[in-house]
Design a protein around this ligand. Sequence first.
Ligand code: PLP
Length: 398
Amino acid sequence: MTPFAKVERVPGDPILGLMEAFRADPRPGKLDLGVGVYRDAEGRTPIPRAVKLAEQRLVDGEPTKAYVGGHGDARFGELMSRLVLGDSPLPGAGRVGLTQTPGGTGALRLAGDFIARCLPGRRLWLSDPTWPIHETLFPAAGVPVGHYPYVGADNRLDVPGLLAALERIPSGDVVLLHACCHNPTGFDLSPAHWQQVLEVVRARELLPLFDLAYQGFGDGLAQDACAVRLFAEALPAMLVTLSCSKNFGLYRERTGALMVIAEDASRLAAVRSQLASMARNLWSTPPSHGAAVVAEVLGDDALRRLWEEELDGMRRRIVTLRQGLIEALRPHGLDARFAHIAEQRGMFSYTGLTADQVLRLRAEDGVYLLETGRANVAGLDAERLGSLAAAIARVARL
Ligand SMILES: Cc1ncc(COP(=O)(O)O)c(C=O)c1O
């Protein structure tokens, strides 16, 4: 028998399958609302100008390509800590450490390995629904997962269900929380809800693991970090995974970090020693370029200002498209039924369209969204909201 004769084929990622189907669709008016990347008015996923300028500086000024250390670029770590935690005293107190990772996914995997090795027996609790990679990545790292409700059958945030489920989670377990711009639903908790979640997390002595992949896409850089800041101030320890893919447009440069907040400097040193040893077995040292770009942008007043303006432009485009779609649905009498689209935050919307309706939109109109009803709002075309609304009205009428 040959070596690979018994290797079974597994199904591909459904989102990639949808991308292929979209590419193969010959209709000129087709619309891709499936893939989770930001798109501008021309349908492109742009490189922010601030990032381009920083890259140009690096081409001339980067002194070496020698490995960065196991935790990555220390300047990137400091600047990202500030971006996330604002003027919190925690970094100054030696309680915060960043380990640079290949993207937010790398940070999640490192967190998974850390939980499996250093917090054995702890289960990780995910929102239902959540980003599908959460469902597969943690079990692959050896961490068992459970679920807490997040969105009800009415396609609205289920805060009482969420709080009641958190109350039942065994003390010491880990709970993954989307810091902002919940993927896939777009439904975010209000500051008052976060306060309620914090009370339960504190009372049950749960370890929060925040996934912060869209800082700046929801309500603004500081507002999108408000839950992380609230919890960081109130709790002895937590983990935060960071991604620079969306807000810096650095997707393929694989730029992210795992942030640890520990009880004190000596606990932090112990945790970081574990992370360095685990990272060594995963990717040895992290890719440098994206983090060097981020450090260049955040560390330079002019570049930072430019980046913040560009990021705000992306955020405003999404908000405008959300409102525009509701307006376009108004003549069809569907604005109230879909009003939640304007209340959601970030790139994604759980539209409330059923799988049947999604399949009809795909077949009849060349509009591609996920069968769960998730749409990437940034993929909308402001010029064609009227025809999209008409198509939605046709398939969504009872
Ligand atoms: C919720 C969430 N977490 C983490 C990530 C990780 O992104 P990346 O690994 O590309 O930085 C994503 C990307 O889509 C995401 O949606």
